[in-house]
Design a binder for this molecule. Structure first.
Ligand SMILES: [Zn+2]
Length: 273
């Protein structure tokens, strides 16, 4: 058993961590796991979703502050900003970005990492770029011949993709009447996964307060009518809010394979402690 458990999550924008992993990050931080959050951009391209907010600083500055406050809500002590420009990650120097992630992985040495899957949630270009960086860095961090000056090689034992089951989207359709994200007025649908492909369901019911607080920190990104901003939030009406779902995409050879159709994991560190 490793002496210290470390979890690293890598996403593109401030708020990407909130809805699908805010509970998981809070839960592991509360359990004493060293939790690191890596965010590629400051969200400079984000539109103001709540017009009642009077922005007195550039939105990237405000979103970084929102992200730092959200980290405090989740109990995350380590935030790493890669410093790329929102909306421009696909034209950022890819080798440099992967190098930065490798450097962090070798320094932090997480057993478990989380990022976007190949669907990027809803296909956002920045999410797809970050998925590719995470995938390359997961492999290269363990390669002793690659970038020896970036630190000693480190093998992440488990790499998870954040994934939404179709059932969650059906529920979203029923409750919100839509399952897409508007980007410049164009609807981009969330991409669901068959429930049989989901390997891991983390029950974060005991951490919904931290998750909600974290979400609310991203005030510039949330429509005033959103259920997350209402004073009362009915947990029973949102079962997917407290069940966060992942696909174990890559695992070290020493770990037992799981058959998601039969038995789902309830712990990202299953097999590691
Ligand atoms: Zn995003």
């Amino acid at each position: 058993m490793p002496e210290k458990l470390t979890l690293l999550a890598l996403f593109a924008h401030p708020d990407d961590e909130a809805f699908g992993t805010g509970g998981t990050l809070s839960k592991y931080a509360a359990e004493g796991v060293d939790v690191h959050l890596v965010i590629a951009t400051r969200g400079e391209a984000g539109a103001l979703a709540n017009p009642s907010i009077n922005l007195t600083q550039p939105i990237g500055v405000v979103r970084e502050q929102e992200l730092r406050r959200a980290c405090a809500c989740y109990g995350i002590k380590h935030l790493h900003l890669l410093g790329y420009i929102d909306g421009q990650t696909t034209i950022a120097p890819q080798a440099e970005a992967v190098y930065k992630v490798v450097q962090i992985l070798r320094e932090v040495k997480p057993q478990v990492m989380i990022s976007f899957g190949p669907d990027g949630g809803y296909g956002h270009y920045d999410h797809l770029a970050v998925h590719r960086w995470a995938t390359a860095a997961f492999q290269l961090a363990a390669d002793a011949d690659r970038w020896p000056e970036a630190g000693l090689p480190h093998q992440v034992a488990k790499f998870y993709h954040r994934a939404m089951p179709h059932e969650q989207l059906e529920h979203m359709q029923k409750i919100a009447g839509r399952t897409y994200v508007l980007m410049n007025g164009v609807p981009f649908p969330f991409m669901g996964q068959p429930l049989e492909r989901i390997t891991t369901v983390i029950n974060v019911r005991d951490y919904v307060e931290s998750k909600l607080k974290g979400i609310r920190c991203h005030a510039t990104q949330i429509d005033a009518a959103s259920p997350y901003l209402q004073e009362t939030f009915d947990l029973e009406a949102f079962p997917w809010f407290w069940q966060e779902t992942f696909i174990l995409a890559h695992a070290a050879d020493s770990l037992a394979r799981i058959d998601p159709a039969r038995q789902k994991e309830a712990d990202l560190f299953a097999g590691l402690r």
